[in-house]
Structure formats: C-alpha cells, structure tokens
Design a protein around this ligand. Structure first.
Ligand code: ATP
Length: 508
C-alpha cells in the first residue's frame, strides 16, 4: 500500500495537530475525550466519519465510545454500543497486529463493513488505527472513513499517537475525578444534539428515558405527538443509536399516497402486476430490510392496508403485488401519528388488533409548551445552527426576546420555533436578537377573528414577505424580483409593515 499525506506534514496540518493536542490536553471532562478525538480525526484526515472504539473491561471486545460526522457533528452515544462479528474482526485485526489497516476500494474488498453507519454515498476508503501504549489502561481503535477513494495510511503516524495521548488524558481524568453517581435506567439515554433531542425539561428527560429503554429491543414503537414535536427526529435517533444503525432508515408518509400507490410503495410489485409494471420493483420493506421503517401518519393508513401491515408485523413476511409467494423481511417498525389512535379504534376507523400491535411501546412526545425551559435551549441551538449555515458570527439573545419566546404557546411546536428563530437570525443585523426580530403574532387567534379585512390581509402579506426574504437570504433586490414588484415598492411595504430592515451592505 502506498503511503499518503501527511508524510511531510504541511504547516497547516502541524498547526491543527498542535491545536488538537492542546485541546485534548486541557480537556477537563473525561466523557468528552473520545468525542473530541473523533472530531480531531475527521478534521485532520479530511474524512467524513470517525469513530472511537474502546476495549471493554469485561473482555467483550470493542465498544463504540464516540462518533463524529463531518456534517452533523458529534453523536453523544456514550460507551456501550457493540459491533457485529465482522466489525469486531476488522477492528481487532488492527488492534491485535498493532498496525494500522488502510483499505481503498472498500466495495470490492473482502472486508464486511456493514457495521459502519451508512453515509450519503457508499464508503470508499477506510483507516483503522490501533491505539495502544504500555501506559494505557484501555486500548482502542480509531476508525476513519470517507466516500472518496483515498489512501489514508499516512494519517496513522499522527492519529495513533494522538489517540494514545487522548486515552492517557482520559485515564488521568478518571483518576482525578470522583466517581459519578449511577443513573439507573439512563445508561443508554442519548442526547445527540445533531438529532435534536435538546432540552433538560422533565418531560424531555422522560422521553429520553423511554428511548433508552427501547433502543436495543425489537419492540414496535408508536410515537404520538402534536405536529412538529419531533416524532421523525426521535425515530431517527432510535434507529441511529440502536443495533440497526448501519442499515437503512426509511420513512414513508402514509398520508402522502392514495391507497394503491401506498401499497406498491411499501410492498413492491412483480412485473405485470398491473398496467405499467414493466419490471420487478422492491418495496420499502425490502429497502429497510435489516433496518428501520418509519410509518409516518399511520392514522391515515387505509383499512385494507392496515390488515396487510398487521400480517407483516405478525409473520415477518411480505408479498409484493402480483407475487405468488411471500418472503421474509426483518424490519423494525416505528409508527408515528398526531392522531388519537385509541379514539380512532373506538370510532372504528383504525383496526384494534393493529393498534395494540403497534403500540407495543408507545412514546408520547411532549408539546413544546409542556417542556419547561426548553424553548430557550432550543432557540439558542437553532440560532447557532442558522448562523453557521449562513456563515456569519454567532448572535446573542436579549433577555426580552427570550422572555417573549418563552411565553409564546407555539401551536406548531419545535418546527414553528425553528422557523421563527431562523427568521430572527436573518432579520437581526447587529448580532443581538431583539423582540422585534421575532415577529411573534401580536394577536391571539381569538382576537384575530375580530381583525378587519385590511388587518388580516396585512398579516398574510407580512408572512409572505418575510418568507420570501428568508428564502433569498435577505437580499431585497432578488426578493422584489421574485415577487414581481419594484424594489422601491418592496422597501415601502417592508417599512409600512414594520418588518425590520437594518443595514445590509449593498442593499437598502
Ligand atoms: N428537538 C428538536 N431539535 C431540533 N429540531 C427539531 C426538534 N424537534 C423537531 N425539530 C425540527 O422540527 C421540524 C419538525 O420535526 P419532525 O418532522 O420530527 O416533527 P414531527 O412531529 O414528525 O412533525 P409532523 O407530525 O408534522 O410530521 C424538523 O425540521 C425537525 O428537524
């Protein structure tokens, strides 16, 4: 295998390495060390995903301790997720031979890498770096993968010692810190910021506790909650943190298709099954085989399909349209709905037997108004993300703005809060979000019905202008063009409707 960069490290690379050494050396939180190491590995190797595996003291092999993805950041999973047999073999190979393993052209290699979570494109290159040293109480492996065909071996010369330094640091911190109190039942509770389980309210803690309980089981999960409470986010977290994480996560909205189409989407079909079926087509159950299928808006599934779904759940097999035989699938089903399925059963619009089968493990997602204190945490989180997405410096919050947010009822829950904060970031020009940037509706729905036609039209216009401005990243010339009005007219309307419009360079 050819050696690759950084055999002669560039000044940039050396500088980054020194910075990471410093950061790891100054880290005073033992739990964050593996995550920081994974982040360092992603940055230094320019890979897409990095994982840190540590040897289990009980001798059960290597367990995943941290993961970092370039686009999504850290996944705070905590030590505990095991890897399958093939994964163990690959990682143990590097560890036992005490030498790095670099594979290019992964898809054609003999190694089974199904244990690595999927990326947007298939992984092409991999690097396994053993982390061992005589003074280390635990050994580990650092894994880096990328969807590009690259020789990563050269990075092992720096990532290996960096890993050893990090694990040594972790051991020193363990010696120095008092044992942390055990949190029964929370060992597998995950708070992956990238997945959105943000918040410290009692309601969110309970949700996290339930997620932690069901992760490793095969139970069917029924997520119920108002619109925008994060049902899909939670479903993704259950998949991504559970043993199926390296396989597909598939979402199907049951309200989005008419009955026949939904059936063929889910079950697939054989050539000739109906006019236009000119080839065999696998369904989403096949796509999700080994992984997870989220059936969103399950309350909208037609009765005839409900019966077929029940059969899949009971027998674990599907029969595509036009097929004479059924075949086995191994899919974890998560169902989500904003409806009261119990009430639908009582009205006869949802099958009782399916309801009980789906609700094997129900999780009720709290509405935002029930999550005391979380609005602030979420607002800060969304503002940070919006600033990063727009490539601008982080904004801060005025207390009045946060107070106003906290007293808003958010009928659209987290989705509404997210949109509102993204708008506020765009509208705030001097780095501090003020109440006027929030554009919270001044009138309650009850008052709204008393509004005059003019007031109502203005409200609609206001929403439209803000959305269009948002879409055009605050550029008023493009916004005016898109709306088919003169720029002057747009500026006049913005001023008239009191939509903040500060000094955007080259604009107003
Ligand atoms: N806790 C959260 N942190 C960050 N983003 C979140 C959170 N909850 C929800 N979101 C965001 O809010 C939006 C709505 O979330 P999601 O689609 O999961 O809600 P839902 O309950 O499935 O909504 P619906 O019932 O309308 O389909 C998404 O953009 C999602 O990323």
């Amino acid at each position: 295998m050819m050696r690759a960069a950084p055999l002669s490290p560039s000044p940039d690379y050396t500088e980054q390495l020194v910075q990471w050494l410093l950061r790891l050396g100054l880290d005073s939180d033992r739990a964050s060390v593996p995550g920081n190491l994974a982040q360092a590995a992603v940055q230094l190797s320019q890979c897409t995903l990095s994982q840190v595996y540590l040897s289990d003291e009980a001798g059960h092999g290597l367990l995943l301790a941290a993961e970092y993805r370039r686009e999504e950041g850290p996944w705070d999973i905590g030590v505990g997720t095991g890897v399958d047999q093939q994964g163990q073999q690959l990682l143990q190979f590097a560890l036992e031979h005490q030498r790095p393993l670099s594979i290019r052209g992964l898809q054609d290699s003999i190694y089974d890498t199904a244990f690595i979570p999927r990326g947007l494109a298939p992984w092409q290159s991999l690097l396994c770096v053993p982390i061992t040293h005589q003074h280390l109480p635990a050994r580990g492996v650092l894994l880096c993968v990328t969807e590009h065909s690259r020789d990563l071996l050269g990075y092992a010369t720096t990532l290996g010692p960096l890993g050893a330094f990090a694990l040594r640091q972790r051991a020193l911190l363990q010696d120095a810190s008092p044992p942390s109190p055990a949190r029964p039942g929370l060992a597998r509770v995950l708070r992956p910021a990238g997945l959105g389980l943000i918040g410290n309210s009692a309601a969110m803690d309970e949700t996290c506790r339930l997620i932690g309980k069901v992760l490793d089981s095969t139970y069917t999960v029924l997520l119920r909650g108002e619109t925008g409470t994060g049902k899909e986010v939670v479903a993704r977290a259950i998949h991504a943190m559970g043993p199926r994480r390296s396989r597909a996560f598939v979402v199907q909205n049951c309200a989005a298709f008419p009955e026949g189409l939904l059936e063929s989407e889910l079950f697939g079909y054989r050539k000739g099954a109906f006019t236009g079926a000119d080839r065999d087509r696998p369904g989403l159950f096949d796509t999700a085989d080994g992984g997870t299928l989220l059936l969103d808006e399950i309350g909208d599934m037609p009765m005839s399909l409900q019966a077929k779904l029940l059969r899949v759940l009971q027998e674990g097999e599907i029969r595509p349209l036009g097929a004479s035989t059924a075949h086995k699938v191994n899919v974890r089903i998560i169902a989500a709905t904003h409806r009261d399925l119990g009430a639908m059963v009582a009205q006869g619009s949802f099958r009782e037997d399916l309801y009980y089968r789906l609700a094997q493990f129900p999780i009720e997602l709290p509405a935002l108004r029930q999550r005391e204190g979380d609005v602030r945490a979420l607002a800060r989180h969304f503002a940070g993300k919006a600033c990063a997405a727009q490539g601008r410096a982080p904004v801060s919050w005025s207390n009045q703005a946060l107070d106003q947010l906290s007293s808003h009822s958010f009928p659209g829950n987290v989705r509404e809060l997210k949109c509102l904060v993204e708008r506020a970031v765009l509208l705030c020009d001097d780095g501090v979000i003020l109440p006027q940037h929030l554009l919270l509706p001044l009138a309650s729905p009850a008052q709204a019905s008393d509004a005059t036609l003019r007031q109502r039209l203005e409200r609609v216009e206001r929403g439209l202008l803000i959305d269009c401005l948002h879409k055009n990243r605050g550029n008023r010339t493009r916004t005016a063009r898109e709306l088919g009005v003169a720029r002057r007219t747009l500026l006049y309307r913005l001023a008239r409707l009191n939509i903040p419009c500060g000094d955007v360079k080259g604009e107003c």
